[in-house]
Design a protein around this ligand. Sequence first.
Ligand code: F6P
Length: 359
Amino acid sequence: MRIAISTGGGDAPGLNAVIRAVVLSAHNRGWQCYGIQRGFEGLLGFSGVVPLGPAEVRGITHLGGTILGTTNRGNPFRYIVKQPNGEEREIDRSDDLVAAFQASGFDALVSIGGDGSLQIANDLWKKGLPVVCVPKTIDNDVSGTQRSFGFDTAVSTATEAIDKLHSTAESHERVMVVELMGRYAGWIALNSGVSGSADVVLLPEIPFDIEKVCDKIRMREADGRHFSIVVVAEGARPRDGHIALVERRGVGTVDRLGGMGSQVARAIQDRTGKEVRTLVLGHLQRGGSPTTYDRLLALRFGAAAVRAIADCAFGCMVGLNNATITRVPLEEVVGRSRNVPLDSDTVVTARELGINLGD
Ligand code: F6P
């Protein structure tokens, strides 16, 4: 058996742990692994393919990032090429990819990625490529699994940041607004906001009313609490407004979200007269060593992917559901994102603790 491994899309803590588990589980079955560099680009003529054995994956479980490199511009079905006039154009290079996969004598592909990579993997599976996927994203928004690895680490980083903002907010009697990642799902903002005792948490799932947010800050003020911590998910939006974008991307990739934190900060300052500062935590949420939870989940996912290959269960994603590792058909996963249910226990808890959700 020759197994190819690819890491695609934005990186997440735990990628290296998955790679290690796949390589060791395969090696212990007498199989060989190869790493495709930079998403799928290694098979499309850029970068390359490297053999991966126990020596190559030694001591990487705790390392952030991915030893294989990644890109969120490497979709083989919508491959971006620069034309002589400088403009970018999409072409379909999926046949080149399938041909390179077959020419390399690979028997299976382990694709580790989020929604974009899962869509690519499903399309490659439909073209006959034997693929097994592992869900990766700090956003925790992949459907078919209750958890993706990387999320726990991101939430820990965000919670630590919120903890640290408390002392400076209180000393200066300021409102501190912190914008967190998560794309169109509020998992990171909700879990870290509740854990970090934020006063306001704004989620994409609950369009907010800025007056309600300001009422909370005024109430705290009247109570003698002269500071407030406001957590804003990057995908949050006002009831009567839009999501904030840093950049609308046309060709072969996704829009970049960002800017809602400073919009909310400006509105709070104008309406309450309080001094406000904004922090965009940004890619710190994707960095660093995976937490124990993420390491273990990543290792379990990697081993489960090899087990799926051993059972010839292709076209599936491994997932964590009710504390058990499951296999979910890719068809049931792609194109669906998993948002925070409004009746979830954490949302109810936030409300019962008096955290304002902007509604
Ligand atoms: O999907 C993971 C994520 O970190 C999102 O939370 C964020 O919106 C996006 O990726 C940022 O992507 P980029 O690395 O292209 O800036």
